[in-house]
Design a binder for this molecule. Structure first.
Ligand code: HEC
Length: 159
């Protein structure tokens, strides 16, 4: 059970900082409050391809946190499956600058693959109805989201 604590703490912190009293978990997250800072090193055209996809991930992850907290294994499996089976951006065929996907570094595609693999892990583990395993796999999924965001907020994207 100890491994479920970090996830719980994360959700409670999110509740409390939303400023709601006695309203968690009914409170909807204040979307505007959680806007991601613009990644300085990502070309505008690449940001445009990503925006819609990321908004979907954001919504799916909010649902995933609540599903996990309330041990709703079926929903967690469904949401994970949805993330895992989302079409991925294809690696560029060449470094031709006219190809939009060539604006993204190789690490983007690697993290994109890792995200799908970790979502599959959640989908596989959820039906076993083991809270510690669900917490651990949802944590690993979140880790991939954060590492990719960290790469774009901090580092210069490869040419
Ligand atoms: C492969 C890299 C990558 C992965 C993995 C990734 N993201 Fe993102 N995400 C980005 C980038 C880059 C942006 C910034 C896009 C932009 O320029 O606005 C972003 C932005 C976002 C935004 C802000 C979108 C907006 O337009 O306001 C949300 C929400 C988000 N991601 C959620 C998630 C969640 C949840 C996960 C994990 C389930 C995830 N992301 C996984 C790369 C990634």
């Amino acid at each position: 059970m100890r491994r479920t604590l970090p996830l719980l703490a994360l959700a409670l912190a999110a509740c409390q900082s939303a400023g709601a009293q006695n309203a968690c978990p009914e409170t909807k997250p204040a979307a505007a409050k959680w806007a991601m800072p613009a990644p300085a090193h990502l070309p505008q055209a690449a940001r445009a391809i990503l925006a819609e996809r990321m908004q979907r991930h954001g919504a799916a992850m909010t649902d995933m946190v609540w599903a996990a907290l309330f041990l709703d294994y079926d929903s967690a499996a469904d949401i994970a499956q949805e993330i895992a089976s989302e079409p991925r951006l294809a690696r560029p065929f060449s470094q031709d600058a006219s190809e939009l996907n060539a604006l993204l570094p190789e690490s983007f595609f690697a993290l994109q693959d890792e995200l799908a693999a970790r979502a599959e892990e959640v989908a596989r583990v959820a039906p076993t109805k083991d809270p510690a395993a669900l917490s651990a796999t949802v944590g690993r999924l979140t880790d991939t989201c954060m590492r990719c965001h960290s790469a774009y907020l901090r580092d210069t994207a490869a040419p």
